[in-house]
Design a protein around this ligand. Structure first.
Ligand SMILES: CC(C)(COP(=O)([O-])OP(=O)([O-])OC[C@H]1O[C@@H](n2cnc3c(N)ncnc32)[C@H](O)[C@@H]1OP(=O)([O-])[O-])[C@@H](O)C(=O)NCCC(=O)NCCSC(=O)C[C@@](C)(O)CC(=O)[O-]
Ligand SMILES: NC(=O)C1=CN([C@@H]2O[C@H](COP(=O)(O)OP(=O)(O)OC[C@H]3O[C@@H](n4cnc5c(N)ncnc54)[C@H](OP(=O)(O)O)[C@@H]3O)[C@@H](O)[C@H]2O)C=CC1
Length: 430
């Protein structure tokens, strides 16, 4: 029996206000009324004092595999929805986007210590043997109706063994599911190798929520490739540039520029922009935008140089339509709008895979529009119009009233550094 959850939130706000002794949370602009806290409890957040609204825009619609989808984007970056919409318009004019799913497998990579390299190597050989793999797979899959082990990749670093489990997770993004399954699999492995010590269920070989080449190379979550042809006349009329300029800039910026910067998986202009906005709108784990935004954008002339052939390759889109933030009512409503709410009972996993296809296609729209704006020299003018037009409410350079928990005592070093002289780099920071 849960009691009055909204009352609990207001009591928590009062207690926090009293304890922090600075600025009251009561009457603050952080909203708390009319929210379904019952879905949050034990699932999405602890110590809840309200909720954080974000503007939700719709780009598109965009034709993905011959079906029109509105593109929901929760963002505070003005221009993003307009830009993605422009990309959708151009892609639709060429017949829309075609997608393929080349892989589906969430991963967890524990770190296991052995007393010697010989024992570590024996464990590796056991996991890779037919009978060892079968035993581990049975234990792994016994924990869930949806976890289906795809393969295991092992690597030794001295006497530490890293084991990367890869699994189907149905319509869930799957991190809780795979963690539970991995724990069970390690229990069985421990029976075979009693001297092994599981240092951590996650040994960063997964790799979750951190940049890593292994995700880019092997894939994590859903791997999607999307393709479209945009007629040259549409490139001119909608995108205000040319096929040749786009192809040249895409190569120099997204391939050569990213190579010069030593990028891994960042061979794109702003995949993270579109992906994160859709993640926030659909209840995904926002921290997984790190690897999910891995993307290579390619452009080449086609039809005797008249038209543009474009692809985006995204090997790590980590999404679910069940579990996590997808159980919250507004996020669920957005998933419903896309026709992918909850579990797909006919083909488990089909809803989450469809969402990944939509995301990759929307990323393509955003890429096309931004690269066009850069090629045409329109980026700054677009952002000044859509992103910085609130001239009547300038952002104060220094807060007048300290916020909750903010000390009024600025460090001496910060005060003494104030100077009327411009500092190195001021021009680019302003
Ligand atoms: C802003 C535009 C679209 C103007 O572009 P435009 O060509 O002047 O727009 P237009 O008025 O001719 O309209 C063309 C279409 O754009 C859409 N559109 C146009 N305006 C709106 C609007 N208000 N609301 C919704 N949709 C809009 C809409 O589809 C419209 O068609 P219509 O509806 O008229 O048939 C263009 O200049 C643009 O896309 N600029 C790029 C901006 C951008 O992509 N910013 C992303 C963030 S940049 C960043 O964060 C990353 C970065 C840059 O650092 C990464 C890097 O290193 O590259
Ligand atoms: N534990 C960790 O290390 C990490 C956790 N997270 C968090 O994990 C959460 C997501 O975990 P995740 O495992 O995706 O979700 P859940 O923990 O919600 O697990 C999914 C549940 O839904 C059930 N289910 C019902 N129908 C389906 C279906 N069609 N497909 C798949 N599952 C179905 C599963 O059944 P069954 O019981 O049979 O499997 C399971 O109980 C997020 O909150 C995320 O932020 C994020 C990163 C790391």
């Amino acid at each position: 029996m849960l009691g009055n959850l909204e009352r609990a939130v207001s009591i928590r706000r009062a207690l926090i206000s009293r304890a922090s002794n600075t600025k009251t949370l009561e009457g603050s602009l952080i909203p708390m009324v009319g929210y379904d806290y019952s879905r949050v409890m034990g699932a999405c957040c602890e110590n809840v004092i309200g909720y954080m609204p974000l503007p939700l825009g719709i780009a598109g619609p965009l034709k993905v595999d011959n079906v029109m989808f509105p593109i929901p984007m929760a963002t505070a970056e003005g221009t993003l929805v307009a830009s993605t919409s422009r990309g959708c318009k151009a892609l639709n004019a060429g017949g829309g986007v075609t997608t393929v799913l080349t892989y589906d497998g969430m991963t967890r990579g524990p770190a296991i210590d052995f007393p010697s390299i010989v024992l570590a190597a024996e464990a590796k050989a056991y996991i890779e043997s037919e009978s060892g793999y079968k035993t581990i797979k049975e234990a792994f899959e016994s924990t869930s109706r949806f976890a289906k082990l795809q393969h295991i990749k092992c690597a030794m670093a001295g006497r530490t063994l890293f084991v990367r489990f890869a699994t189907r997770t149905g319509d869930a993004m799957g991190m809780n599911m795979i963690s539970k399954a991995t724990e069970k699999a390690l229990e069985v492995l421990g029976n075979q190798f009693p001297s092994m010590v599981v240092l951590a269920l996650s040994g960063n070989y997964c790799t979750d929520k951190k940049p890593a080449a292994i995700n880019w190379i092997e894939g994590r979550g859903k791997s999607i490739v999307a393709e479209a042809v945009v007629p040259g006349k549409v490139v001119k009329s909608v995108l205000k540039t040319t096929v040749a300029a786009l192809c040249n800039l895409n190569t120099k910026k997204n391939l050569v520029g990213s190579a010069m910067a030593g990028s891994v998986g960042g061979f794109n202009a702003h995949a993270a922009n579109i992906l994160t906005a859709i993640f926030l709108a659909t209840g995904q784990d926002p921290a997984q935008n790190v690897e999910s935004s891995n993307c290579m954008t390619l452009m080449e002339p086609t039809n005797n140089g008249e038209d543009l052939l474009m692809t985006v390759t995204m090997p790590c889109i980590e999404v679910g339509t069940v579990g996590g933030g997808t159980i919250l009512a507004p996020q669920q409503a957005v998933l419903e709008m896309l026709g992918v709410k909850g579990a797909n009972y006919d083909t488990p996993g089909a809803n989450a895979q469809q969402l990944a296809r939509i995301i990759a296609s929307a990323v393509m729209a955003g890429e096309l529009s931004l690269i066009s704006a850069l090629a045409a020299g329109h980026l700054v003018r677009a952002h000044l119009a859509h992103n910085r037009s609130q001239l009547n409410t300038p952002i104060p350079s220094r807060p007048q009233t300290p916020g909750l928990g903010v000390s009024t005592n600025r460090p001496a070093v910060e005060q003494s550094s104030a100077s009327s002289q411009p500092q190195n780099g001021d021009a680019v920071k302003s």
